[in-house]
Design a protein around this ligand. Structure first.
Ligand code: AMP
Length: 406
């Protein structure tokens, strides 16, 4: 069974074609700046990247480009779209409506649409992606939506409620939803497999650290708390996002600087975090380099990030009354050796030991156990694979309709 995984953003469309027989990626690519004059395509087949300028006025045109790249020319990997059995879409915001991956129907699209207010940058783009797919593939090919926050739907109310008047929860569904759920689900599942234990018997803290970052407490396979909230702005400092703040910081600055809600959102989402503290560096590699060269603000940004990660891990140990394993994933989690070393060494007091050799080896997609053999708490680097998770969910749901021999 071949499954096409789609991640549609407001001006981009990423895809992976996965053969579920062996879970092999056959082709992947991204259409960028869809809707603008200089739209472009970048693909990767057999480990070889290629790119071209292609006009794409909208997501349907982007889809036609993907179809052409998959079925024609020198990078062709299938004869026709009919070889694709099902399509899986990433959807950022499922709100309280969707607690698990779901087959796309008109009602499901209406549900995703009703949540656009909670994810104004993402959900409208996902709907465009789903509709474009329906146009190109027809309604008979099963489409499945996999929600970024579905894994977090098990959080108890004391973890997901905010301390604002209850009526706003009732009126607007203001609460913590969490994000990166597909990644946290994937790496916590892999962690249990590596440990050779049933996930039901484990307390795991998963650290997805990238441009956007979140940390999640997974007890018995279920999320009990996570750092991101109503939106992906909550939690700790990220590449350009502030993470949580005293809300008075926001109202005070709005008064002093005369910011509108849009300007406030722009500054907190795009000009804050590590970027805002360092004065223009958001890439963790640049921060580490500048800090090592004596740049004090880069050093401060680095220390703030590491400190906040330790604080979240510590608080989730308290939430779960212990922890069996800590997992690092995401661009920073999978690559930043000094960050991982700092975290491990700071938890020595609860029995974490650190293996520097294994820490050095775990980089660029290479995972490993970075705690020492005598460590009371296991620490792993596990490269995330959200697309595979989406493909697995899609396969499971599609097979109920198509049968397992397709
Ligand atoms: P993601 O959003 O998961 O793609 O992660 C992007 C982040 O990973 C960026 O901040 C990168 O700087 C960071 N990253 C990638 N490679 C490294 C590395 N070797 N060391 C530290 N950070 C890295």
């Amino acid at each position: 069974m071949k499954i096409l995984v789609i991640n549609a953003g407001s001006s981009s469309l990423k895809y992976q074609l996965i053969d579920m027989n062996g879970e092999v990626v056959i082709a992947k690519g991204i259409c960028e700046r869809v809707g603008s004059e200089d739209s472009s395509f970048e693909g990767k087949v057999n480990g070889v990247k290629y790119e071209k300028k292609v006009p794409m006025k909208n997501h349907t045109e982007a889809f036609l480009v993907v179809e052409k790249e998959l079925t024609q020319g020198e990078h062709k990997v299938i004869n026709s779209l009919s070889e694709i059995s099902a399509i899986g879409h990433r959807v950022v915001q499922g709100g309280s409506l969707f607690k698990e991956s779901t087959l796309v129907t008109d009602e499901v699209i209406a549900g995703i649409e009703s949540l656009c207010d909670l994810a104004p940058l993402h959900n409208p783009a996902h709907i465009q992606g789903i509709n474009a797919c329906r146009e190109v593939f027809g309604k008979d090919v099963p489409e499945v939506v996999v929600f970024d926050n579905a894994f977090h739907s098990t959080m108890p109310p004391e973890a997901y409620m905010y301390g604002v008047p209850y009526e706003y929860y009732q009126k607007y569904k203001i609460r913590r939803y969490g994000f990166h759920g597909t990644s946290h689900r994937y790496v916590s599942g892999e962690c249990a497999k590596i440990m050779g234990k049933d996930i039901k018997d484990l307390k795991i803290i998963t650290c997805h650290l990238g441009n956007g970052s979140s940390i999640t407490a997974v007890e018995g396979g279920k999320v009990v708390d996570t750092s991101m909230g109503l939106t992906p702005l909550d939690g700790f400092i990220m590449g350009t996002r502030s993470g949580n703040l005293d809300p008075s910081v926001v109202t005070y600055l709005q008064e002093k600087e005369g910011w509108t809600p849009e300007q406030t959102s722009e500054i907190l989402n795009k000009k804050s975090g590590v970027y805002g503290i360092s004065g223009g560096l958001s890439d963790d590699r640049d921060i580490l380099k500048a800090a090592s060269e004596g740049n004090e603000r880069a050093e401060l940004a680095k220390e703030m990030l590491w400190y906040e990660i330790r604080k979240y891990i510590g608080s989730y140990i308290a939430v779960m009354h212990g922890v069996d394993a800590i997992v690092f994933t995401g661009g920073i989690g999978e690559n930043s050796q000094p960050l991982r070393q700092n975290i491990c060494e700071n938890f020595a007091y609860i029995g974490v030991t650190f293996n520097p050799e294994e820490n050095k080896k775990a980089i660029r997609g290479q995972g490993g156990e970075i705690s020492g053999p005598d460590s009371k708490i296991k620490v792993y680097v596990i490269p995330t694979n959200e697309e595979l998770m989406i493909a697995r969910d899609t396969k499971e749901i599609a097979e109920k309709i198509l049968g397992s021999d397709k």
